[in-house]
Design a protein around this ligand. Structure first.
Ligand SMILES: CC(=O)N[C@H]1[C@@H](OP(=O)(O)OP(=O)(O)OC[C@H]2O[C@@H](n3ccc(=O)[nH]c3=O)[C@H](O)[C@@H]2O)O[C@H](CO)[C@@H](O)[C@@H]1O[C@H](C)C(=O)N[C@@H](C)C(=O)N[C@H](CCC(=O)O)C(=O)O
Ligand SMILES: Nc1ncnc2c1ncn2[C@@H]1O[C@H](COP(=O)(O)OP(=O)(O)OP(=O)(O)O)[C@@H](O)[C@H]1O
Ligand SMILES: N[C@H](CCC[C@H](N)C(=O)O)C(=O)O
Ligand SMILES: [Mg+2]
Length: 495
């Protein structure tokens, strides 16, 4: 594609140099540049991509996207914000792939991965070739790609959406994180349906206040229908959780049709008669396309919300409630979400991805419903992430557990002991006796201790890492899978 054609999607961009330059690919990392590429200089959070333009030029870059003109003999597109420009350029370069599929996006603090998995299953069962993008993986066409983040950078996103279209994928369901919205990673992506799960505290290191965090999520709804879409006539839907007060704010922001789901409040899709056991969850649902009784294999009231979001989005895809019910009932669960570790032991061990105060409270309420004995909780908080959630999670863990083992969860560049102390501050503030909790920095040791303490009928909850197969300590990525470590602990138990 010619540089001129590419840059024409940016009305205010200034193009210097030969506008007829042929661009063969786009890159944001100088280390990946090949001859003919357009190198986009991003002013990063840690380093400035503009500083790597000479390396990109040396590697054969044909042109640059910059926020300030650089002293280099290369054509340059000067833009106000290169991250936002990248999203629009990538969309054009890859021929607006999102407008050639039905895009369903899910945002919210908790439940995004679970909801996308449910929707993927329903669509696939209905014969719709579906792509999935989110925390655990990106998968389409029978191939799974590892994901370093929940929502890819716009360039990577558009590249994969383009591949999906090429492979005949008809629908793509993806998680849209607040970081992604704020950084414009999905700008230019044409969503048909935008789903909101819930808004509770997380990521205040990045968004600073709950208002800013809500505003970032709001971008998903305010932009809905504004993307560069050749399908202007297509209807757009905002699927909102009526039981979460932030939905009122999102409904006011969107030009799309609003459809609600909920349990406690009036809603277009509403669940009642919820029954939760250790084996699953059943409920009755009334919708704008009939009613049904659904039995999920997944436990927890929060999974009723995830299922309702999936029901609503799939009814809007004209799939019958009967077919949706059949698919939902067949889902065994999502990797690392309330996943039982079974080694034939007389006590229950559950691995879960709860890593926010609300997520932890929900999963603890759920395990308390089926625990016959004590609840022993192993958890930690990530380093280089929201510090204010640490004492809150400590308080919640103590409130709903008989014994708490505070440990490490990806300390990253922080001192692991200091993170444990931040969590302990919440326990001390609530006057939790020292005998009811312990700080064990080594996660393997903490899991081993919890398993050793369990008596028949007890539940050991290991929260925070779910499907993760690593522990991030300093700059190192160490192999670590809670499920494997728990199995080893159960098998190796001393009594
Ligand atoms: C805060 C944040 O989102 N940071 C993202 C951002 O990093 P950055 O701006 O700091 O990048 P940088 O390292 O400063 O580099 C700037 C530029 O120089 C370039 N560079 C750098 C070195 C070099 O030799 N050559 C070169 O060209 C880089 O490719 C980049 O284009 O851009 C990077 C490249 O796209 C991302 O990998 C990185 O995500 C980091 C790893 C991250 O941890 N993000 C988390 C917070 C995140 O996004 N999480 C959300 C939410 C999760 C949830 O659902 O809860 C997610 O969507 O995953
Ligand atoms: N609807 C929900 N409401 C509250 N908590 C939930 C909900 N769904 C799941 N959870 C809890 O949150 C954890 C994470 O769930 P899930 O992975 O589906 O969320 P996510 O939004 O994708 O998370 P992330 O932000 O890390 O991508 C689960 O393990 C569970 O404990
Ligand atoms: N998407 C979340 C995942 C947190 C998972 C937890 N294990 C941690 O590392 O804090 C984040 O990047 O904040
Ligand atoms: Mg997720």
């Amino acid at each position: 594609m010619k540089l001129e054609e590419l840059s024409s999607c940016l009305a205010a961009a200034r193009l210097y140099g030969d506008s007829g330059t042929e661009i063969t690919d786009l890159q944001v990392d100088s280390r990946k540049v090949k001859p003919g590429d357009l190198f986009i200089c991003l002013p990063g959070f840690t380093v400035d991509g503009h500083d790597y333009a000479p390396q990109a030029a040396a590697a054969g870059a044909a042109a640059l996207v910059v926020e300030r003109r650089l002293d280099l003999e290369l054509p340059q597109i000067v833009v106000g914000d290169s991250r936002f420009a990248m999203a629009l350029l990538s969309n054009v370069f890859f021929s607006s792939p999102s407008s050639r599929m039905k895009m369903i996006g899910v945002t919210g603090t908790n439940g995004k991965t679970t909801t996308t998995y449910l929707i993927e299953r329903i669509l696939e069962d209905h014969g719709v070739k579906t792509g999935l993008i989110g925390t655990i993986q990106m998968r389409y066409g029978g191939v799974s790609y590892p994901m370093p983040r929940t929502t890819p950078e716009s360039l990577e996103l558009q590249r994969h959406l383009h591949d999906m279209v090429t492979q005949g994928v008809e629908s793509c369901v993806m998680e849209v994180s607040s970081h992604a919205l704020e950084q414009g990673r999905v700008k230019g992506t044409d969503f048909r349906t935008a789903i909101f799960t819930n808004l509770t505290q997380d990521h205040l290191d990045y968004h600073h206040t709950m208002e800013e965090y809500r505003a970032a999520k709001g971008l998903f709804f305010s932009r809905l229908g504004n993307a560069l879409s050749p399908r202007k006539e297509e209807r757009k839907y905002a699927v909102l959780n009526a039981d979460d007060e932030a939905s009122v704010y999102f409904a006011a922001q969107t030009a799309a049709e609003t459809i609600t789901y909920g349990i406690d409040s009036e809603a277009d899709v509403r669940a009642s008669q919820i029954s939760i056991t250790g084996k699953g969850t059943s409920f009755h649902v009334d919708t704008f396309r009939g009613s049904a009784d659904i039995s999920l294999k997944m436990v927890g009231k929060f999974n009723v919300y995830n299922a309702l979001a999936a029901v609503t989005a799939c009814l809007l895809e004209d799939i019958s409630l009967e077919d949706i019910k059949r698919s939902l009932e067949s889902v065994p669960g999502v990797s690392g979400r309330v996943e039982a570790v079974e080694e034939g032991q007389p006590y229950t061990v559950v691995v879960d991805y709860a890593h926010t105060p609300d997520g932890l409270e929900n999963v603890l309420k759920t395990v308390n419903e089926f625990a016959e004995g004590k609840v022993l909780t192993v958890f930690g908080c990530g380093g280089d992430r929201d510090k204010t959630k640490r004492p809150l999670m400590g308080k919640i863990a103590a409130k709903y557990s008989d014994h708490v083992l505070v440990t490490s969860d990806n300390p990253r560049t922080e001192n692991p002991d200091a993170i444990l102390k931040d969590i302990e501050a919440g326990l001390i503030e609530d006057g939790v006796e020292r005998g009811r909790y312990e700080l064990i920095v080594d996660r393997r040791e903490a899991i081993g201790k919890a398993v050793d303490m369990a008596s028949p009928g007890d539940v050991v909850l290991i929260a925070g890492k779910g499907h993760e197969t690593y522990q991030l300590i300093g700059g190192a990525v160490l192999d670590f899978d809670d499920r494997i470590v728990a199995k080893e602990a159960i098998r190796g138990r001393s009594h």
